[in-house]
Design a protein around this ligand. Structure first.
Ligand SMILES: [Zn+2]
Length: 249
C-alpha cells in the first residue's frame, strides 16, 4: 500500500467521502485502485509522482463529486505542487471562508483561468504580470465543461479578477499532449499550460508528463490491457525531473 500524499485535493476527497450519505459510484469505481494514484494496482504510478515547488499557486474550485472521481485530474496538480495548491468544493452562495481569505491575501494575484469572458472582455488577458511582491494564484474551475461555465458565471466573488485565456497551440507542453477526442483540455493540461505562461517551465513539464503517464495507465486500466503509449520517454522525463528537484533540496 502506497502512502497517500497529504495535499489539498486528497484532504478534500477524504472529507467529501466522510460526509456522503451513500457510497459514491463513479465510472470505473468498481475497479480496485491504489488509494494514492487512483490507478489499478497493477498500474500504480506512485513511484514516479513528482513533487516540486513553484512560486505560482493553484486554487481549485471543484464541482460537487469531482474530488471523488478516480479520473479527476485536478488531483495531479496537487500531486506536483503540494505546497501551493488549494482545493474547495464550489458553492455559489456560500464560498468557504478559507477560499475568500486566500483570494483576499495580498501575497497573491488571482487569475481566473477560463477561455472567454463575453460579458466583460476587458478582463481578458493572455499574460501573467502580477504586481511587484505578488505571486500568481491561478483559479481553476474543475468539472465538466458545462459545470466549469456555470461556476464561472455564478461565482460573484470571482468577478473582479483578470481572466487568463490560454492559447495552448502556442505552447511547447501542448506538443506532449495525449490525443483524446475531447477538444477541451482537461484541468491538469490547462494547469501545465498556465505554468508555462507563468515561466514555471520545470513544473509545467513535470505536470504534463505526470498527466500523460496517468492518462495512459488510466485508459489501460479501463480496458484491462497494457498502456497503449510507449512509456519509456515519460518515465525517463519524470526521473530526470526528480533528480533535478533532489539536487535543489
Ligand atoms: Zn499508486
Amino acid at each position: 500500500m502506497k502512502p497517500i500524499p497529504d495535499h489539498a485535493v486528497n484532504r478534500l476527497r477524504l472529507w467529501r467521502k466522510s460526509v456522503s450519505t451513500r457510497p459514491f459510484l463513479a465510472r470505473g469505481g468498481s475497479v480496485p485502485r491504489c488509494d494514492a494514484c487512483q490507478l489499478r494496482h497493477d498500474w500504480c504510478a506512485c513511484d514516479w509522482r513528482p513533487a516540486l515547488k513553484a512560486k505560482a499557486g493553484f486554487c481549485l474550485m471543484m464541482y460537487d463529486s469531482e474530488p471523488m472521481k478516480p479520473s479527476n485530474t485536478g488531483r495531479l496538480i496537487a500531486d506536483v505542487l503540494p505546497d501551493t495548491t488549494w482545493a474547495f468544493l464550489w458553492s455559489r452562495t456560500e464560498p468557504h471562508p478559507e477560499l475568500l481569505a486566500l483570494l483576499a491575501d495580498p501575497a497573491w494575484q488571482p487569475y481566473v483561468v477560463f477561455p472567454a469572458c463575453e460579458k466583460e472582455p476587458t478582463r481578458l488577458t493572455s499574460v501573467v504580470t502580477p504586481a511587484p511582491g505578488k505571486k500568481p494564484l491561478f483559479i481553476l474551475l474543475d468539472g465538466t465543461w458545462p459545470e466549469a461555465r456555470k461556476m464561472f458565471n455564478k461565482s460573484p466573488y470571482l468577478d473582479g479578477f483578470p481572466v487568463l485565456a490560454i492559447k495552448p497551440d502556442a505552447l511547447s507542453t501542448y506538443g506532449m499532449r495525449v490525443a483524446h477526442s475531447d477538444e477541451h483540455l482537461c484541468t491538469a493540461e490547462v494547469a501545465a499550460c498556465v505554468l508555462e505562461v507563468a515561466g514555471e517551465l520545470q513544473a509545467g513539464q513535470a505536470l504534463q508528463l505526470w498527466f500523460n503517464l496517468f492518462s495512459s495507465r488510466y485508459m489501460a486500466g479501463r480496458v484491462s490491457r497494457a498502456p497503449g503509449e510507449d512509456e519509456t520517454p515519460l518515465l525517463q522525463g519524470l526521473e530526470a525531473i526528480k533528480g533535478q528537484a533532489a539536487a535543489l533540496d
